[in-house]
Design a protein around this ligand. Structure first.
Ligand SMILES: [Zn+2]
Length: 139
């Protein structure tokens, strides 16, 4: 939830970049799990390209809508759409290291509660609800 205002809550959908304001009673919380997302792409990287520009290029390649629009715009301008062609791999792996993760970047370890029975807790750094890890796979 991005905002709580009395009996109204606002949920922000980062994928669609949209907010939805609804009555709190109409919202069903869904569980979250600590996950590591890795994005990778092999590129012919030009010398001198700084990190900021590299991040923006990889972001364009990672978002299928941006990627398609970039390719179409380059083609429409009679330019080589090659910079929109590299394939990006996105992997999400549930973390089983016993630590919860927060949106603020904080990592929290609980020594008193096993991950399998841990209930969502507040982040000690910012107060947001943390996402617990999954139980170790050998447990
Ligand atoms: Zn936090």
């Amino acid at each position: 939830m991005a905002r709580v205002d009395g009996d109204r809550v606002t949920v922000f959908d980062p994928a669609q970049r949209r907010q939805h304001e609804v009555v709190a009673a109409a919202v069903t919380p869904v569980p979250a799990t600590a996950v590591r997302v890795t994005t990778s792409v092999d590129l012919p990287l030009p010398h001198g390209l700084d990190e900021h520009d590299l991040r923006r290029w990889v972001a364009m390649l990672t978002d299928p809508v941006l990627r398609e629009r970039a390719g179409e715009a380059l083609t429409a301008a009679d330019l080589d759409p090659g910079v929109s062609l590299p394939e990006v791999t996105v992997r999400a792996i549930a973390l089983d290291d016993g630590a919860s993760r927060c949106l603020c970047g904080a990592t929290t370890r609980s020594t008193t509660t096993a991950p399998a029975v841990a209930t969502p807790a507040a982040c000690p750094a910012c107060g947001r609800q943390v996402a617990p890890p999954v139980p170790p796979s050998d447990a």
